[in-house]
Design a protein around this ligand. Sequence first.
Ligand code: GDG
Length: 736
Amino acid sequence: MKKLHIVSNRLPFSVVDTNDEPSLQPSVGGLATGMNSVYKDFNGKWIGWSGIASDEQEPSKLLKIEKLLSHEGCETVHLTSDEVESFYEGFCNNTIWPLFHYFAQYVDFQPGFWDAYVAVNQKFADKTLEVVDDGDFVWVHDYQLMLVPEMIKSKRPNITIGYFLHIPFPSYEVFRILPWRNHLLKGLLGADLIGFHTYDYERHFLSSVRRLFGYEITFNEIHIDERIVLADAFPMGIDYKKFEDAALRIHQTPLKERSEVHRELEKFYLMDEERRLVLSIDRLDYSKGIPNRLRAFGRFLENHPEYRGKVTLVMLAVPSRNKVIHYQRLKSEVEELVGGINGLYGNINYTPVWYFYRSMPFDNLVELYSMCDVALITPVRDGMNLVAKEYVASRINQNGVMVLSEMAGVAKEMGEAIIINPNDEEETEKAILLALEMPQEQQQKRIRIMQERLRRYDVFKWAREFVKSLQRVNKLQRDFLAKKITPEVQDFIIDKYKTAATRAIFLDYDGTLTGFHGDPQEAMPDKALNTLIDSLTAIQQNVVTIISGRDKETLGRWFEGKKVNLICEHGVWLKRFGEEWQMLANASNSWMPVIRPVLESYVDRTAGSFLEEKNYSLVWHYRKAEAELGELRAKELRDELTEFVANHNLEIMEGNKVVEVKTGGINKGAAANNFLMNLDADFILAMGDDWTDEYLFRELPASAITVKVGIKHTSASYKLETVEAVRKFLGILAKS
Ligand code: GDG
C-alpha cells in the first residue's frame, strides 16, 4: 500500500529529561495536529530533528531518544550544534526568514550558512530516501527544507512529493536579491505539488519561476520537460473543536477551581463594568509588528483620555530566536515602549499594558482568547497567523472584535474583521476605538460568519485537501506515463515500420526536432540533426516531410539539398523533394496591411518582442520579452483582434510564446492528408509539440502513429518528453 510520510524540521514531540531519563511530550501545535490526522491513516513515518544537538548528548541517550521516537513512528535526523547554528539559526532564521518577510535589511548572506543549509537538507533527503518505498507520497514542510523535494525527486522520480510553505513567498523583486535564488526554486520544483497559504504567495512564486527559468505555465500548472508541477493555495485551518471545547470547559469551571489567570481577568472586569481588555499574542518576532501595535495603543490612550483607566492591553510575547541580534534589539524596544506607556498613563490602580515575556499553558491561552473583548493582531508580514483563527474559535459567546493586519495571510479569509494597514498608526488607533465601541449585534454577526467558515475548513480538512490534490497531480503524471513510448511500445512501432513498404513520416520542426531559441532565425539544424535527417532519408522506403509553421524561404534554405519534402506556413506551401514550391491552399494576404500596424504597436509596447512576417501570416513573438508582460499582452492582442479576425476569415494561432494571425481554414492536418493522396503509405508517423500539430494528430487516418512532444493534453496516441527523446527515437528507426 502507498504510504504518506511527513518531513519537517522538528518532529511533533519534544524531549523532556526527568531524573536523567528521557521521555517524549507531544507538541500541541496546529501542524502536528493536522498532520497526525493524515500520516497515521496512511501508515507513514514522520521524519525530522528531535531538537537535541547530537554532539551535546551522550550517544547512549541519543539512542534511547531515537528508539522512543521510532516507537511513535518518527525517524530522527541528527544535527550537530554547529549545524543547528549555521543551518537553523543561520540560513533559516537570518537569511530566508527576514527576506521572505520583506526585511531585506536584516538578511545575512553568508556563504557558510548556505553550505550548511545544503548539507542539512541533504541529511533530511537521505533519511527520507531510506524510509520511502516506490510509489509512496511525501509531504515536506516549510522554509527550512526547500531543497529536499529536488534531492528526493532526482534519486527517486516515482515518489510523489508535496511541499507546503508556511511563510509568505515574497514578490520576485525581493526574492531575486538572494544569491541562491535559482537553487531554492529548483529545490522546490522537485515537488509535484507546492502549496501556499494564499493565492498572492502562489502568484509571487509562479512569477519567480517564469522569470528565472522561463518554464511554460498554464494557470497553475508548470510544465518542466516531462513533468507537471502544480502550485496551489491551501489556507491552513486550526483544530476548531479543540479551542471551542476548551473555551466551553473553562467557562463551566467552578469558581474555586479556576486558574490564577482566569481569576485575575475576572477581578479586572469586576473593578468597573466599563473595563475592557485588548489582547495581543505572538512570538516576539519583528514580523509581528509589536512596536507598531504598542505605538498605536499609546496614541489611542493619548487621544482618548476617556478610556484611560478602563482599557488594558494584555500582551503575551513568547520568547523566540533570542540568540539573533535583531530579536534582542526588538525585545529592548518593546520593553521600552511598554515602560513608556505604563509610565505615562498608569497609576496605582491601572496598568495600561500587562506585558508577559514567556509562553503560557494551552488553557491559559484559551482563557485569554475567550475573555478579551478585542484582539489586536497587526503583523507587518505573516504567512497566515493562526492566533487570529484561535481567537475567533474561542469566542463561545459569539462576541468580540478582531483588528487584523492586511499583511497577514489570514486577512484574506476574515473580511469581517476590522482590517488595517499596520504601518498606519492613525488607522490602527481608530480601529481600536471602533472595536471597543462596536455594538454587540454587529460583533455577533461578524464572529458567527467567521466561526462557521473556520469550523468548516479546519486543519483536518486542510490536510485532506492537500493530500487529495497530491493524488490528483499524481494521476496527471500517470496519464502522461500511460501515453509514453515505453520499450514495448517502441518495439511495436519498429515492427510496423519494418514491415511497411512506404513510410510517410511527418515531423514538426521547432520544439520537435530542435529546441526553442530567442531568435527564430537562429534555430537552423545543427550537425547532429542534419546527420539524423540524412540517415532517415537515405532509406528508400522513407518519405520524410518537415511540416512547420515557418516561412518557405527559411525552411527552403535550411533543408536545401536534403531529400525531404517541406510543408510550410501551417500548410499553405508544399515543396516535394526535387520539385518547385506549390500552393496547397488558397490563401490571401490582403488583410496584412491592416493588421501589421496593430502588431507593431505591440512590439513597441513590449520590450524584447518582435514581428515576423511570412507570406500568408504575421507572427508576434514574445519569447524574449518579460514573461508575464508577454502573456498579458498576448491576451490583450487576442481580444483586440477577435472581431477583425471573425469578419475576415482569419485565424489566431497561439503557439509557444507566439501569436500568429493567418488565413483561416489552413492547417497541418489538411495539408498532410492532401500530401498523402498521392502516396500509398502503409506506415504513417507524425510528431509535433504544440497545438497546431493537434490538427495533424486528429485528421490523419486512425492507423497513423501520432506522437506529442511534451507533457500537455493531446489527441496524439503517444508522448515523448523532449527534443532529445525525439531524436533518439528517430535514430533508432533509422537503424531498424
Ligand atoms: C508560522 C507562520 C503561520 C503562541 N503563544 C503560545 C502558544 N502559541 C501558539 C498559538 C498558535 C501558534 O503558537 C502561533 O502560530 P502563528 O500562525 O500565529 O505564527 P508562527 O509561529 O509565526 O507560525 C505563520 C504558521 O506558521 C502556520 O502555517 O500561520 O504565519 O509564521 O497556534 O496558539 N501556545 C501556547 N502558549 C503560548 O504562550 N500553548
